[in-house]
Design a protein around this ligand. Structure first.
Ligand SMILES: *Cc1c(COP(=O)(O)O)cnc(C)c1O
Length: 394
């Protein structure tokens, strides 16, 4: 297995092991346990003297292929595949913290991530500070003697703000804190948090990695030392393991990740440019456009523009609902990263639990709409928006 393969090759061949049948496609090992040739062999396996699997909650062959392939893509030493993105986020955060520790997190977080920081962690005596993560001085000012973890998403959901990952990592390293990056919106192809200095990367593999709306999954990637010290035992004994069937689905998904993400980003860029010209649209936020407020950071840390577009309609909620209802190719769904184009109105769905002030802080207004580009022909998407916008007041 070559470490020098380029991503598209890694994603087809990386981590593959074949059974004695020599199958082309990766095998699905739906097994809970493993058998040993002798009592001595079982003893040696448990002592860690021989390599091999013990129990599927700890690890299993199909999951191992998925983890190895993700490590190659991310440039990580080790990984654990989880049953969902939230299993990955909660494990990555909780496994390394104890009562009395402090997390600093950017407030623009996926709803469930924010719940983990704001509601779950304090139950166990873990303190938190939520900040506007766009400004490095906010990270610096939030640091306390007990700060152990910095947590952020970039670009953020749904307003596609970005956080200077290298800048945050520098501050974290000065105090020995770990930076956890939820890299879902960038995808592993457009942003490499570990190269930028982050310590731990988490994904909801449910999104672009499956990318075809089939199963939930997640993954945590880091260096071997951190995984051995913090995640290894937590993972074994709390049981967030991914089903081998879903690991196989994700292995098949990542084979085509570069093709899908390229098409999705091209479609997102075209739709963003089209929307920016429309009289009903107040503003468009797309990391691939020069008018993104943080275009300089994006140029430094991202290789592409994202598969998501955020825009605001002048007519508020009424206009947003009218647009969504009139779209035909683009489907109304709170999911993202799918090969089908999806659209959502954050204020009434994904971000409905936030207070009006909290939504305003994140830049989510009643007219804010999030578009997740699929892999359809961009002409059909533009035609769909052009037709649907006719039912929206300009
Ligand atoms: C979807 C998502 C999650 C949660 O992933 P699940 O697979 O749904 O558990 C976490 N973070 C971000 C940014 C997401 O988009």
């Amino acid at each position: 297995m070559s470490k020098n393969w380029r991503p598209a090759t890694q994603l087809v061949h990386g981590g593959t092991t074949r059974s004695n049948h020599g199958e082309t496609s990766e095998a699905i090992f739906m097994t809970q346990g493993f058998v040993y040739d002798s009592s001595e062999a079982a003893e040696a396996r448990f002592k860690g003297e021989t390599d091999g699997f013990i129990y599927a909650r700890y690890g299993s062959p199909t999951n191992d292929m998925f983890e190895k392939r993700m490590c190659m893509l991310e440039g990580a030493e080790d990984a654990r595949a989880t049953a969902s993105g939230m299993a990955a986020v909660s494990a990555a955060i909780l496994c390394q913290l104890k009562a009395g520790d402090h997390i600093v997190a950017a407030r623009a977080l996926f709803g469930s991530c924010r719940w983990v920081v704001e509601t779950l962690a304090p139950k166990y005596g873990i303190e938190f500070t939520l900040i506007d993560g766009r400004f490095l001085e906010n990270w610096e000012n939030a640091v306390k003697p007990n700060t152990k973890v910095f947590f952020l998403e970039s670009p953020t959901n749904p307003t596609l703000e970005v956080v200077d990952i290298a800048g945050v990592a520098k501050i974290a390293n000065q105090i020995g804190a770990k930076v956890v990056v939820d890299n879902v919106f960038a995808t592993p192809l457009m942003q490499k948090p570990l190269e930028l200095g982050a310590h731990i990367v988490v994904y909801s593999a449910t999104k672009h990695i499956d990318g075809q709306g089939r199963c939930l999954g997640g993954v945590i990637l880091s260096d071997k030392e951190w995984i051995d010290e913090h995640l290894h035992d937590y993972f074994r004994h709390t049981g967030p393991a991914l089903s081998p069937f879903n690991a196989w689905t994700l292995l098949k998904g990542i084979e085509t990740l570069p093709l899908r993400v390229r098409q999705q980003s091209e479609n997102a860029a075209r739709v963003a440019d089209f929307l920016a010209e429309q009289s009903q649209v107040a503003k468009v936020i797309y990391p691939g456009r020069k008018d993104h407020p943080q275009a300089d950071i994006i140029a430094r840390q991202m290789k592409g523009g994202s598969t998501l577009v955020c825009f605001e309609l002048k007519g508020g909620k009424e206009a947003a609902f009218a647009l969504q209802n009139a779209l035909d190719v683009v489907l109304i769904s709170n999911n993202l990263g799918d090969s089908k184009s999806l659209i959502t109105h954050p204020a009434t769905t994904t971000h409905k639990n936030l207070s009006d002030e909290a939504r305003a802080e994140l830049g989510i207004s009643p007219g804010t709409v999030r578009f997740s580009a699929g892999i359809e022909d961009s002409e059909d998407l533009i035609e769909d928006f052009a037709r649907a916008l006719k039912s929206v007041q300009g």
